[in-house]
Write a protein that binds this ligand. Structure first.
Ligand SMILES: [Zn+2]
Length: 647
């Protein structure tokens, strides 16, 4: 393209890009800007950049907020020139957070005003929004300007239905209405501190600024000092690449590169700063066309999308389907037949949708794929409006029997046997001569009719509450009755003490299913086949078999790793390939390394070899009666476990 064609194209793509609903990927956009930069004298290029204004802001910045020059992995000459000119022996690296840049002014210890970057000269006032995000007061009376990046972190963008973290922060900040619960999901990472009466070239150096920001109560993203004394540019490039890849693994935000400078760099006043530069290396993402969307109704009657892809190979794994999260995400991301998505396989095992380089107008379902009832929006999801949806009840039964350790009963088998809900499960009898059905009946008798009410109840699962949290609440309250009373209390607006990690919102979401489960439980315990058993609850996880639990081995054990792995599989356990928060147990041997550190960070249960063996032995013998029963005791001795009051 000629420079004028490039300018026209960049101008056309600029507005949607700035507003957080880009028509092309950021990389494609950046490539056009790079191409133009190479074709123009630098001052003309800078002047053009200034014309790419966001909506003209009403807040003039005290000093120009420049755009960083971008160096790319694989292009060494500009990096080398910069290195020679500005770096003596150390480089300060900061993550280049892919978010929305803000500046905030504090006077006399209070947040005074805040704005977006805008055209670098003036931006849009966002003081009202920053009040929710930044410290409102700081322990300093000086007039200071703080610059930083706003972004959503973790999976908040998915929960709020945004395509990515950057779009989420832009979307929330641009909205006229402020929803306090949502706006606080925007996190601010400060990266520059300046006393407003300091002259250009004076004041604190960048590294000291970060220390100052932290001491004033701002969140500062993790930064690193690299010693590059005598290092050649190729070695530096590889060092930066490794550092970026490592940072991406743990960063709660999206990074499109690193910001580099000498630690003593002072704040500049230029549209294109010279000392501070951005260094980029794109994520190794693989693009593939979307073949279809598959929608299915969950236990909570939400209709969830799976994106079906033309198969791609990433790190030796063939990926042909990936979660589409929720209907709003699909809609806002433009995912549908004919679109192209990029997939990454990061530190986690599960591949994720990264971006949507080619978007389409998505087609969302209007009726429940299971029962045909109309759908309506419920938050970010489409939900089946049926009073009781067949898909949801079948999934709840399947979840229940799986949680009780009953094998050979997939959703399809249950449906084929005519079991679609708890009523048909209780009324069901096996057909003569079918071994699989007889086996299911035997397991049902052993694992449901010979189980305690609490264990039955917690196996049912609760919409909006992870299974382990049901255990947690009941343990915390001491009995199912007390836990149910807690559910009632919180429903009435009371705020009683709750176990760690459990919030009122979770209970509100779970209350309806909790009460439904109580009536299902009542039907089971009055069944004439019901015998009961002592409650195992949490202890089951450490006694019982290894069924359904995932294991990973690290370090050196007494026998070869392969033989321990076969032992785990033989007792129903699964082998995981990396440490994630979904891992149940890390078996740590001699000289265990980084996996052990990561497991501890994520709160994964770490056990030794002896514990593994005792878990396996425990499964071979009768479970010991638990030391403390959470079941309310009853004075009626016969039958002991059949008496259960539900409220
Ligand atoms: Zn339905």
């Amino acid at each position: 393209m000629t420079p004028s064609e490039l300018k026209a194209e960049i101008t056309r793509l600029n507005a949607p890009y700035r507003q957080g609903s880009p028509l092309v990927t950021d990389e494609f956009y950046d490539a056009l800007v790079d191409e133009l930069e190479a074709l123009m004298p630098i001052d003309e290029f800078e002047a053009f950049l200034r014309t790419l204004t966001e909506e003209t802001g009403d807040t003039k910045h005290d000093r120009i907020v420049g755009s960083l020059r971008k160096f790319k992995y694989g292009v060494l000459a500009p990096l080398e020139r910069w290195l020679k000119r500005y770096i003596t022996n150390r480089i300060l690296t900061q993550p280049k957070i892919d978010g929305l840049t803000f500046m905030a002014v504090y006077r006399e210890g209070r947040l005074y005003s805040g704005a977006t970057k805008g055209d670098g000269n003036s931006g849009e006032s966002i003081t009202d929004k920053l009040m929710y995000i930044l410290p409102q007061t700081i322990p300093s009376e000086k007039a200071i300007e703080v610059r930083g990046e706003l972004t959503l972190t973790g999976d908040d963008h998915i929960a709020l239905g945004f395509k990515n973290r950057r779009n989420g922060s832009v979307g929330l900040i641009r909205r006229d209405e402020i929803n306090p619960a949502e706006i606080v999901c925007c996190k601010a990472f400060a990266f520059e501190y300046r006393e407003m009466d300091s002259e250009v070239g004076q004041g604190l150096g960048r590294a000291e600024q970060l220390v100052m920001l932290e001491s004033l109560g701002f969140t500062v993203a993790q930064h690193t000092m690299l010693d590059v004394t005598g290092m050649d540019v190729e070695t530096l490039q590889e060092l930066l690449a490794d550092h970026l890849a490592e940072s991406r693994k743990t960063a709660p935000f999206s990074m499109d590169g690193l910001v580099l400078c000498a630690p003593e760099t002072r704040s500049e006043d230029a549209y294109l700063p010279v000392e501070l530069v951005a260094w980029k290396k794109p994520l190794p993402a693989v693009a593939t066309p979307v073949l279809d969307l598959e929608w299915s109704t969950s236990r909570g009657q939400l209709v969830k999308p799976v994106v079906l892809l033309q198969s791609v190979d990433i790190d030796g794994t063939t990926i042909s389907r990936v979660t589409g999260h929720n209907a709003l995400y699909i809609k806002n991301s433009g995912i549908g037949v004919g679109s192209t998505v990029t997939i990454i396989k990061g530190g986690d095992v599960i591949p994720k949708l990264e971006d949507v380089p080619v978007m389409v107008e998505p087609t969302l379902p209007t009726d429940c794929p299971s029962c045909g009832s109309p759908l309506e929006w419920k938050g970010v999801d489409l939900a089946c409006t049926a009073e009781i949806c067949s898909a949801a009840t079948l999934k709840r039964v399947a979840h229940f029997v799986k949680n009780r350790g009953i094998e050979g009963a997939s959703e399809t088998s249950l449906e084929n046997w005519g079991i679609t809900d708890f009523a048909t499960l209780l009324a069901w009898t096996p057909a003569e001569g079918y071994k699989s059905q007889q086996s299911f009946m035997d397991q049902l008798t052993a694992r449901v009719f010979h189980a305690s009410p609490v264990d039955i109840f917690t196996a049912m699962g609760c919409v909006g509450l992870a299974d382990k949290n049901m255990d947690k609440i009941i343990s915390f309250c001491g009995s199912l009755d007390a836990a149910t009373a807690l559910m009632h209390l919180t429903g009435l607006g009371d705020t009683p003490p709750l176990p760690a990690g459990i919030g009122i919102k979770m209970l509100n979401n779970a209350r309806k299913t909790w009460m439904e489960n109580l009536s299902l439980l009542a039907n089971i315990v009055v069944d004439e086949r019901y015998v009961g058993a002592p409650t195992l609850l949490n202890k089951e996880k450490l006694s019982g078999s290894l069924s359904g639990k995932s294991f990973l081995i690290t370090g050196t054990l007494s026998s070869p790793r392969k033989s321990i792995e076969s032992l785990i599989v033989a007792h129903g356990g699964k082998l995981a390939s990396s440490v994630s928060k979904n891992l149940d147990f890390l078996i740590a041997g001699e000289s265990a390394g980084s996996k052990l550190d990561k497991a501890r960070q994520l709160g994964v249960t770490v056990i030794d070899e002896a514990t593994l063996h005792s878990m396996i032995e425990a499964s071979a013998t009768e479970p010991e009666p638990p030391k403390e029963q959470v079941e309310p005791t009853t004075s009626n001795p016969e039958p002991v476990y059949k008496q259960v009051s539900l409220f």
